[in-house]
Design a protein around this ligand. Structure first.
Ligand code: NDP
Length: 294
């Protein structure tokens, strides 16, 4: 089974479905990614801040899969923002991943209180793109006001904005702004992980009666229905799991289709309750931490 691809705004092709590794312990990452590659995933989403880029790199090395068949995405952490710092952060990530070139390199968060450092970091991404050290560049957790500020000061429109999107938090305004600017929305927590692995949410997307009813109608799981919903609405989705059966389950979403009514029913589940940190409140003081050398 080959995964459908989407063409980014600079013509680079990316598998729509990727494999996430947030909270995957470093010593389990190689195993989880190796399993994903065995099943057929070709797009991996990691981040400097996850502390597991080396595990991703080990799995890539051992897979024997041609480099050109893989799509590797990682993120620069806020502590490495600034022009020279971000150029060096590329070296750290590329070193840990064992790669000369990264397919998609994105800024993990905007730093609203130090936006000039965010801009400088993005300019470093533009240079890396120009030097072909990365094939595409993007952003994550940028709200429309951050995006507007960025676009007014840089040359390259981000290819991707990776944001929290699941049935309970859909950020339709951010998705619309991305689309208006030719930026692909990539959904993090696409099966709503944050609604059940993080205390505070009153209900889990996996137990939602509307989603379960749709799942039963297709003989699929709730997770599969949510991934299918994301793909049908044109998003890139990057589910995470460390369990082989779930890694396979999350890959098996291309042999059924939700009806327009089913898509609409999931659209109606939005609660507007954010699971991740409020993007406007991300500061170096609160979230800064050193990213080790390769
Ligand atoms: P997901 O929506 O992918 O959910 C992951 C959780 O769901 C884990 O607890 C996993 O547990 C469980 N799970 C996975 N598959 C199934 C299944 N089929 N049935 C039941 N439970 C399942 O959330 P994430 O937050 O991990 O988001 C996905 C990816 O997005 C991340 O891994 C990361 O790459 C990226 N991300 C980016 C962020 C950003 O700020 N840019 C923030 C958060 C995530 P188990 O592993 O035990 O199976």
């Amino acid at each position: 089974m080959t995964i459908p691809t989407v063409e980014l705004n600079n013509g680079v092709s990316m598998p729509t479905l990727g494999f996430g590794v947030f909270q995957t312990p470093p010593d389990e990452t190689m195993f989880a990614v190796a399993e994903a590659l065995k099943i057929g995933y070709r797009h991996i989403d990691t981040a400097a801040a996850y502390g597991n880029e080396s595990g991703v790199g080990d799995a890539i090395k051992q897979s024997g899969i041609a480099r050109s068949d893989l799509f590797i995405e990682t993120k620069i952490w806020i502590s490495d923002y600034g022009y020279d710092e971000t150029l060096h952060a590329f070296d750290k990530s590329a070193g840990k991943l064992g790669l000369n070139q990264i397919d998609l390199l994105i800024l993990h968060q905007a730093l609203p209180t130090a936006f000039e450092r965010t801009i400088a970091a993005y300019r470093a991404l533009e240079r890396l793109l120009d030097e072909q050290k990365v094939r595409a560049i993007g952003i994550s957790n940028f709200m429309p006001e951050h995006l507007e500020r960025l676009l007014s000061e840089v040359n390259v429109v981000p290819a991707v904005n990776q944001i929290e999107v699941h049935p309970y938090f859909q950020q339709k305004d951010v998705q619309a702004e991305n689309a208006k600017n030719g930026i692909l929305t990539q959904a993090w927590a696409p099966i709503g992980g944050i609604t059940f692995y993080r205390p505070g949410f009153s209900k889990s997307t996996l137990e939602d009666p509307v989603i379960l009813e749709i799942a039963a109608a297709h003989g699929k799981s709730a997770a599969q229905v949510m991934l299918r919903w994301g793909v049908q609405e044109g998003r890139s989705v990057i589910p995470k799991s460390v369990k082989p059966s779930r890694i396979a389950e999350n890959f098996d979403v291309f042999d059924f289709e939700l009806s327009p009514e089913q898509v609409k029913a999931i659209d109606a589940l939005d609660t507007n309750e954010r699971g991740g940190p409020e993007p406007e409140a991300v500061t170096l003081e609160k979230y800064g931490r050193e990213i080790p050398e390769a």
